[in-house]
Write a protein that binds this ligand. Structure first.
Ligand code: TYD
Length: 214
């Protein structure tokens, strides 16, 4: 049975402004009177926030094997789905999620060379096959994204990956649009935050209106 809620994910390379835009979109939807649940992946649940810290810390010890990395992201995601996303959607909420399955497809798939079909199959096997209704991909040049980061803040383990890795991630995102045209919209992110927020809002309103008319 289709869920009565609506599931929106916001994606993009590090520095694309995605967390700000996810927050602004959730605020705008709330102002419009919608019931909104905001989450981040990995995170939000206690387990997810712990896994997030494990995944992003630069411990000095050997980095996780790519499959161990996938397993950890997946563990956080399954918990987030069961504990927060599924119940919120069942109540008819609009869920705005900062990153989700597409991050795994591009950071571990396109970025680390893992098979994307296999990654989706893994999600299915662990009961995490729910896909978003709408995915906004904020597209930005890797160098421009890097320039946005505050030089006073240390880079986390993923941010510290070389430019070529982040370039593969960006191209991986762009390749998702023709693959999932029913849900993925790519938005140019080299705009002032307010203008980008307006684009995110316009696309979301259009899609939501169309969904509710069916
Ligand atoms: P991010 O959500 O961008 O948080 P912050 O804004 O605090 O840096 O950081 C999460 C990092 O984890 C980001 O570099 C992308 C990466 N990631 C993956 O590699 N795979 C995944 O499945 C997810 C959800 C995130």
């Amino acid at each position: 049975m289709p869920s009565p809620g609506y599931f929106i994910t916001v994606e993009g390379i590090d520095g694309s402004g995605k967390s700000t835009q996810a927050r602004l979109l959730a605020e705008r939807l709330s102002q419009e009177g919608e019931l909104v649940t905001s989450v981040r992946d990995p995170g939000t649940t206690v387990l997810g926030e712990r896994v997030r810290a494990l995944l992003l810390e630069k411990s000095g010890s050997p980095p996780p094997d790519p499959f161990a990395e996938v397993a950890l992201f997946l563990a956080a995601r399954v918990q987030l789905l069961r504990e927060v996303i599924d119940p919120a959607l069942a109540k008819g909420a609009l869920v705005v999620c900062d990153r989700y399955v597409d991050s795994t497809l591009v950071y571990q798939g396109a970025g680390r060379g893992l098979d994307q079909g296999g990654l989706l199959e893994l999600h299915r096997l662990v009961g995490a096959s729910r896909m978003p209704d709408l995915t906004l991909i904020l597209d930005l040049d890797v160098k421009a994204a890097r320039l946005r980061s505050d030089p006073a803040l240390p880079l986390d383990r993923m941010e510290a990956e070389p430019t070529a890795y982040h370039e593969r991630v960006r191209q991986g995102y762009l390749a998702l649009a023709p693959r999932f045209p029913e849900r993925v919209v790519v938005l140019p992110a080299d705009l002032p935050p307010k203008e980008l927020a307006e684009s995110c809002w316009r696309v979301t309103r259009e899609r939501l209106t169309a969904r509710r008319a069916t």
